[in-house]
Design a protein around this ligand. Structure first.
Ligand code: PLP
Length: 397
């Protein structure tokens, strides 16, 4: 049974996933009902599906400054990351290049993929992150070696929202002749992206992070870059990624990416104003800190550590008030290891444990912010009153 909340409900976990918007849903419905043709079939019903998929491919390409034939649909952001990294590694290993440069605070879809490759004889450099949550371009430059096969740096971090110097890293990699991949799953629809101007060779995205459906993503592969196919089988996605296309979801991705990019500036102005009010007000609570750069951050990302508070308890108490947030990333909540992202920017374990991520989208309102600001501070106070270490923290502050 679906747990439908009674009373006030505020969804502030848009970095974990977003709600499908009404126009996206409406664009998908025909392809879940009467428009069920296999896009590879030659009759009209199939051709209509093919046309809709190619339209979605054009919309995706337009959003990235790419060409339609450089866009390959996948089942999710994680698949796009796996394809980009594993296939580039394989292709480059034939040229004797078995070194990968990445960062310590990538999403697990990148980190665990790199770890798998380490088990297959690749060497991986995990670059440290500066205290403001940004990777240093000089450190990327120093890490590149003659045998470097790939540099993979995320566009924006999913936990602390920091936006990375992607055009600079792209320029550097192009100059050095190294393939450059970016996991842009959090950035698409929030940051202007131009794969040509920014010298990006491979870019991953996922529809459910910008009000599209879950279970569909895309990988941009710069034309001229030859990497192995990811799924062998039929001729779908120009033979690169086999499997009968998920027409409805691909169409939904196309609608969602077009809408997300069309109104980006206006939407960002609204969302970042809500973000800044939350940050400003929450930092008035003593013994708190903002994680990640205050300016170079995603418009919807708030990440704050409350000393003397257990993040999991905070989430449960917020949930009881109808507020959805996250501590660390959704994948790690439920485990007791502090977030690798927060550790990478130098937080102590106990401070990392008391962190809260609230991620807003254009579906949030100022009333949502009012409600969070009404409910959250007393919850923090209550948890601190119960905490055995809070008195000690206050004495030392
Ligand atoms: C959500 C996310 C992913 C994974 O995307 P899925 O479509 O859920 O597989 C990868 N990278 C980042 C930065 C993300 O935020």
């Amino acid at each position: 049974m679906v747990n439908i909340p009674m009373g006030r409900f505020v969804y502030a976990d848009n970095a974990a996933t977003t709600r499908i918007s009404e126009p996206v849903f409406q664009s998908m419905v025909p392809f879940l009902t009467e428009q069920y043709g296999n896009a590879s079939s030659l009759y009209g019903l199939g051709r209509d599906s093919r046309r809709a998929i190619e339209k979605a491919r054009e919309k995706t390409a337009n959003a990235l400054g790419a060409e339609a034939r450089e866009i390959f649909f996948t089942s999710c952001g994680s698949e796009s990351d796996n394809w980009a990294i594993k296939s580039t590694a394989l292709a480059m290993s034939h040229k004797g290049k078995k070194h990968i440069v990445t960062t310590a605070f990538e999403h697990h879809a990148v980190l665990h993929t790199c770890q798998t490759l380490e088990g297959q004889g690749f060497e991986v450099t995990y670059l440290p992150i500066e205290p403001n949550g940004i990777v240093s371009v000089e450190k990327v430059e120093k890490a590149i070696r003659p045998d470097t096969a790939l540099v993979t740096v995320m566009y924006a971090n999913n936990e602390i929202g920091t936006i990375q110097p992607i055009p600079e890293v792209g320029k550097l990699c192009r100059e050095k002749g190294v393939v450059f991949h970016t996991d842009a799953v959090q950035a698409v629809g929030a940051v202007p992206i131009d794969v040509k101007a920014q010298n990006i060779d491979l870019l991953s995205l996922s529809a459910h992070k910008f009000h599209g459906p879950k279970g569909v993503g895309a990988l941009y592969i710069r034309k001229g870059l030859v990497i192995p196919n990811f799924v062998d089988g039929g001729g779908q996605e120009r033979g690169r990624r086999a499997g009968t296309e998920n027409n409805a979801y691909i169409v939904g991705l196309g609608t969602a990416i077009e809408l997300a990019c069309a109104s980006m500036e206006e939407k960002n102005a609204k969302v970042s104003a809500m973000r800044d009010r939350l940050i400003r007000e929450l930092l008035k609570i003593p013994c708190t800190r903002l994680n990640g750069d205050p300016v170079k951050r995603l418009p919807g990302n708030v990440n704050i550590s409350f000393e003397g508070v257990e993040g999991e308890s905070l989430l449960l108490m917020l949930d009881s008030k109808g507020i959805c947030g996250s501590s660390g990333s959704a994948c790690t909540s439920g485990s007791l290891d502090p977030s690798h992202v927060l550790l990478s920017i130098g937080l102590k374990h106990e401070v990392a444990h008391g962190s809260l991520r609230l991620s807003l989208s254009d579906m949030n309102s100022e009333e949502d912010v009012d409600y969070i600001l009404e409910q959250l501070p007393p919850i923090v106070q209550r948890l601190r009153d119960m905490s055995p270490i809070w008195e000690k923290i206050q004495r030392e502050a």
